[in-house]
Design a protein around this ligand. Sequence first.
Ligand code: PMP
Length: 407
Amino acid sequence: MTEKEVTEIRRHFPILERKVGGRRLVYLDNTATSQTPDSVVEAVVNGYTRTKANVHRGVHTLSQEATDLQEETRRRVRDHINARSEREIIFTRGTTDSINLVASSFGRRFRDGDEIILTVMEHHANIVPWQLIRSRTDVKLRVVDINERGELDLDQYRSLFNERTVMAAFCHVSNVLGTVNPVKEMTAIAHSHGVPVLVDGAQASPHLHIDVQDIDCDFYVFSSHKMYGPTGIGVLYGRESLLEEMPPYQGGGEMISHVTFEHTTYAELPFKFEAGTPDFVGIGAFVKALDFLRDTGLDNIEAHEEELLRYATKRLEAIPGMRIFGTAPCKSAVISFLVNDIHPYDLGMLLDKMGIAVRTGHHCAQPLMERLGIPGTVRASFAVYNTREEVNAFISALDRVLPILRG
Ligand code: PMP
């Protein structure tokens, strides 16, 4: 993308004009959440000022309009990830909620001694929900390791499958290492053992084309707030035949067909899994984030971020004492690093004083930190609106704060 095109994109993100520490904000925490373009904000405002009425309940105009907006988003999400049917698109509160839904509902079929394959690079959202099953069923977690570049050990992955394996769940892109995992190949391996697959797409969906039919996974989950969309909304894609067999996750309004005190029958997909009033205003506005991704072009986004990643990596590598965690050739635009033995919090705090927003800590991946033998990292992550000048500002800020911290 040209500088002019990125400048034009930035105009739609007024927050990027904010000052922090007396300087213009340099926002490099996009892995945690990305900023929101004005088209999405306007759609949220419109949702509250023009069409706010509860969905699926009313015959009146506002309710119908609100329902239409929500269902239009469902169609657009289906197209965006190439699902077969809208029945396979469940709206949730986010990636975490989607994984909890699958673990809780699909997990009902697991038995004592069954095994779930995860990887050492998983976010806590793709670890803890599987552990919660243990309060009912004694499932075992088997964990795939990484090599020194932060890539999964596929031979070990292959070797973990046995007759007790009931699920494989792994991230498409690591939120710490940036590694893009070969999810299609990993899914094929799992399926050759008859094992279903969940892909955590939280970090892939803002950057990559997602085609769930091509990957052939059984579940794919992601959050709107990392895709330039509103907060509090997520998606669970599930293969229709599996969703049909799964029991509801939560009970309440919207998810029923008929209720008596003796017995309840459930609504059709996808509503069976959407109990209660959803964030329909946010869901309606999510369409505008999908428009933004489509109009900007995921190929353009990927190419621009890749260029920033290469440039920032080269500049960081020139800093003495620099250790970058995650150096896979197939990597998304996130750089986790440490410099000498400087504590990540100290570095993050001083950078903040200079207007640079980076994340520090364990990034909700404590098992990975333990595997790497470190308490945490500093993490800089890029989005389509970031620029080379911002990378330069980030490096200059590091050049200023590192001598202070080295003492
Ligand atoms: N998985 C991964 C890989 C993530 O990066 C995140 C967010 N940091 C999550 C899951 C959880 O997403 P959310 O908090 O939106 O539910």
